[in-house]
Design a protein around this ligand. Structure first.
Ligand code: SAM
Ligand code: SF4
Length: 334
C-alpha cells in the first residue's frame, strides 16, 4: 500500500506499478544482439548504485504505488551478494512481487538461496535448445547450464519459470514449436519476444524480426492453442494454453507489431542510477547524483513523480522518424 495518496502517474493517465531495477551492466554472456564480443567498457564500481541506494529508491517507488520489482541487468546474478538485496527488497511493505530475469548460468547452485532470500519469481532467457545455435547467439557454450538452472528453479519450489526467447529470423524461428513442446513437458511458460531495434550493431531491420502472428502459426502447426485471460491489463504477453490441456503456457510479446504502450505500467532504474521512462527513451534522468548530494526523501519522490510525467506516449519503432537509442538492453536493463 502506498504510504501517501500520491501515485506515479503520467500525463496519459497510466499509473506506474512496475519498477525494473538493473543491478549491473556486466554480463558473462555475449548475446550478439545485446553486447559486443570485446572492447567493452564496464561502468566503474563507484558509478553504480549501492544496495543502500537501490533500497532507498525502491522504498520511495513503493510508497508511490509501485507493487512489482524486477531485478535485471546485465546479468543480475553477477552482482555480489544479490541475495542480500533481495532479502531487503522483499521486506518492503507493499511489494507484491519480486522477480529476477537471468541468463541462468550458475543458477543451478543458487536457486534455493534466491528463494530463501524472498524472491517470488524467476524469468530465464533461452533462445535455442540446440547447443550450436545457443552458442552462436550467446557466444557461450552454456545451454546445459541454462537447462539445469530451469530444473533447479522448480526443485527449489518456485513456480515454473517464464522462459524468454527472442525469435530471430534465420537463427531460431524453426525452434518455436520445439520450445512449445518444451513447455508441454516441463510446465514452463514460454515468452516469445519479437526482436526489437535495440541491437548492439545497429543492424536490426524488420526482416530479422519474426512477428507474434507468425510465431503462433508455427506453434499451431503442431499444437492447437486457446487464448488465456491476462492476469492484469498491463501484462505485456498475449497468453495461450494448449487446447488438449497439456501443461505449460505460451506467451507472445510483440512490441514491434502489436505495441502495448497504452497499458504500460513500467519505470526503469539503470545500474548507474538513471530513471528511464521507456526502453526506447533518448533521455535518462539521473537520480543517483541527487541521492549523493543529500536530497531528502520528499525531494527524491518529487523527482520520480516529475520524471514519470515525462513518460512518452509510446515508442516510435514503426514511425519513419524512429531513432534507435544508443545503448542496448545490457546497459539499459532488460
Ligand atoms: N541477462 C539477463 C537475461 O538475459 O535474462 C537479464 C537482462 S537481458 C537484457 C533481458 C532480456 O532482454 C533477455 O531475455 C534478452 O533476450 C532480452 N533482449 C535483449 N535485447 C533484446 C532485443 N533487441 N529485442 C528483444 N529482446 C531483447
Ligand atoms: Fe547478457 Fe542477458 Fe544481454 Fe545476453 S541478453 S548479453 S545474457 S544481458
Amino acid at each position: 500500500m502506498p504510504m501517501t495518496d500520491q501515485l506515479l502517474q503520467d500525463k496519459f493517465g497510466r499509473v506506474i506499478r512496475d519498477l525494473r531495477i538493473s543491478v549491473t551492466d556486466k554480463c558473462n554472456f555475449r548475446c550478439f544482439y545485446c553486447i559486443p564480443d570485446e572492447d567493452i567498457v564496464w561502468k566503474r564500481r563507484q558509478d553504480l548504485l549501492t544496495y543502500e541506494e537501490i533500497i532507498q529508491l525502491a522504498e520511495i517507488a513503493v510508497s508511490l504505488g509501485v507493487e512489482k520489482l524486477r531485478l535485471t541487468g546485465g546479468e543480475p546474478l553477477l552482482r555480489k551478494d544479490i541475495e542480500f538485496l533481495i532479502e531487503r527488497l522483499a521486506k518492503i511493505a507493499g511489494v507484491k512481487d519480486l522477480a529476477l530475469t537471468t541468463n541462468a548460468d550458475g543458477l543451478k547452485d543458487r536457486a534455493a538461496t534466491l528463494r530463501a532470500a524472498g524472491l517470488t519469481r524467476l524469468t530465464i532467457s533461452c533462445d535455442s535448445l540446440k547447443p550450436e545455435v545457443f552458442k552462436q547467439i550467446t557466444r557461450r557454450d552454456s545451454l546445459q547450464a541454462v537447462l539445469d538452472g530451469i530444473d533447479a528453479t522448480m526443485t527449489a519450489g518456485f513456480a515454473p519459470p517464464k522462459i524468454n526467447c527472442v525469435v530471430i529470423r534465420g537463427m531460431n524461428e524453426d525452434e518455436v514449436a520445439d520450445f512449445a513442446d518444451f513447455a508441454r513437458t516441463s510446465g514452463v511458460a514460454m515468452r516469445f519476444i519479437e526482436y526489437m531495434p535495440l541491437d548492439n550493431a545497429h543492424q536490426w531491420d524488420k526482416s530479422m524480426m519474426v512477428s507474434g502472428r507468425e510465431i503462433i502459426e508455427r506453434i499451431e502447426a503442431r499444437h492447437k492453442l486457446v487464448p488465456l485471460h491476462k492476469d492484469n491489463p498491463s501484462e505485456t504477453a498475449l497468453k495461450f494454453g494448449f487446447a488438449d490441456g497439456a501443461k505449460g503456457e505460451i506467451g507472445i510479446i510483440a512490441p514491434v507489431t502489436q505495441a502495448f504502450c497504452g497499458a504500460c505500467s513500467r519505470l526503469r532504474l539503470t545500474a548507474e542510477g538513471n530513471l528511464r521512462t521507456c526502453l526506447f527513451s533518448m533521455t535518462d534522468y539521473n537520480i543517483r547524483d541527487r541521492i549523493r548530494r543529500g536530497d531528502s526523501r520528499d525531494e527524491l519522490a518529487q523527482f520520480m513523480i516529475d520524471t514519470v510525467l515525462k513518460k512518452e506516449e509510446g515508442h516510435r519503432i514503426n514511425e519513419p522518424d524512429f531513432v534507435q537509442p544508443p545503448r542496448t538492453m545490457v546497459f539499459i536493463g532488460g
